[in-house]
Design a protein around this ligand. Structure first.
Ligand SMILES: Nc1ncnc2c1ncn2[C@@H]1O[C@H](COP(=O)(O)OP(=O)(O)OP(=O)(O)O)[C@@H](O)[C@H]1O
Ligand SMILES: [Mg+2]
Length: 328
């Protein structure tokens, strides 16, 4: 059952060069007890979409122009800041891309974690130190008592990320958004953190949105995948369908660029994502696409469902499926 539905979300920013449409109509859903992997090139709008779900778009520079974010029957975009605070951290939490910039360097770990109790569970505050020691120990943090009294700058990257995960887990949220939670970590710590996320999902039946550039992590962790390009989701399907039968030319190129497909040389995708200030006509992948033809320049492709649960934003997708059926 879906617990979070993002529908036609549009987010823009004001900049000295004018209005920038960073997220251009993103839709996806997350089911209970499921990991939805989000992949896509840098700047494709993954973090901005997540921040919008959390209600963290700074309204001095950014604005949510349209869309709905449905959680527990409510459209989060219609809630006041005070109402949203009840959900944020408690029912929906986020593990940020950069633990060092998300933790306050001059406040001890304990004080920062205690803040969550103050806001969401004041009745448990007397007991919170004991609970936190138990939680940190469960997250394989050695000597949790001592770590609680340290400052973030005294901790290694892996430990800081575990503290961020602990912060996100205190209230056992229904949804966790993990934005590249392992990017800055060595492979062993990365594997441990990912195992931890899986455990949390299984224990609490939480839905997890896992943003990563690593398709290996997607294969290992996710049940479904959303591929983003130039501020939009261009393909959404099950993880098996993605690795066996991806249809969007960008997804196909991404898969071909995996190190696993090394055939004497590493492949990359030629060209760049269009600049957000550029006026793009038709499909934004046109210039890089091996399958592009003139009609792709004529109109922006819409998302179409090519089979149950498999959606693709490409004019050619239906033809490719028809051809496959014809060729058996
Ligand atoms: N405050 C802001 N003001 C102006 N533009 C912004 C702002 N925040 C984000 N953007 C722009 O929005 C676009 C999407 O950014 P976002 O951070 O969501 O990308 P991303 O997909 O998370 O990339 P990465 O993989 O590098 O983390 C980018 O082009 C970025 O420059
Ligand atoms: Mg990001």
């Amino acid at each position: 059952m879906s617990i979070l539905e993002v529908k036609d979300l549009k987010v823009s920013f004001d900049s000295i060069m004018g209005k920038v449409n960073a997220v251009k109509g993103v839709s996806f859903s997350v089911n209970e007890g499921e990991i939805l992997g989000i992949v896509g090139e840098s700047g494709s709008g993954k973090s901005v979409s997540s921040l919008a779900i959390m209600g963290l778009i700074d309204d001095r520079t950014g604005s949510i122009d349209s869309g709905e974010i449905i959680f527990d029957g409510k459209n989060l975009l219609e809630l006041s800041e005070k109402e949203l605070c009840k959900f944020r951290g408690d029912r929906i939490s986020m593990i940020f891309q950069e633990p060092m910039t998300s933790l306050n360097p001059v406040v001890t770990v304990f004080k920062q974690l205690k803040e969550v109790y103050k806001i969401h569970m004041p009745e448990k505050i007397k007991d919170c130190r004991r609970e936190l020691v138990a939680l940190l120990s469960r997250l394989n943090i050695p000597d949790a008592e001592k770590i609680l009294d340290k400052y973030p700058f005294e901790l290694s990257g892996g430990l800081k990320q575990r503290i961020m995960i602990a912060m996100g887990m205190i209230c056992k949220p229904d949804i966790i958004i993990a934005d590249e939670p392992t990017t800055a970590l060595d492979v062993t710590t990365q594997a441990e953190i990912l195992d931890l996320l899986k455990e949390i999902k299984n224990e609490n039946n939480s839905g997890i949105i896992l943003i990563t550039h690593d398709l290996g992590v997607i294969a290992e962790m996710a049940q479904r995948v959303a591929v983003m390009y130039f501020g939009n989701v261009v393909e959404e399907c099950s993880v098996l369908e993605f690795f066996d039968n991806a249809k969007h030319p960008y997804s196909i190129d991404l898969l071909a660029a995996m190190p696993d497909n090394f055939d004497g040389r590493f492949r990359s995708i030629d060209g760049n994502v269009p600049n957000l200030y550029e006026k793009v006509q038709g499909c934004p992948y046109y210039k890089r696409c091996k399958m592009a033809s003139k009609e792709c320049l004529e109109k922006e492709p819409e998302m179409i469902e090519i089979s149950k649960g498999h959606k693709v934003r490409c004019l050619k997708a239906k033809d490719l499926v028809r051809e496959e059926v014809k060729n058996g």
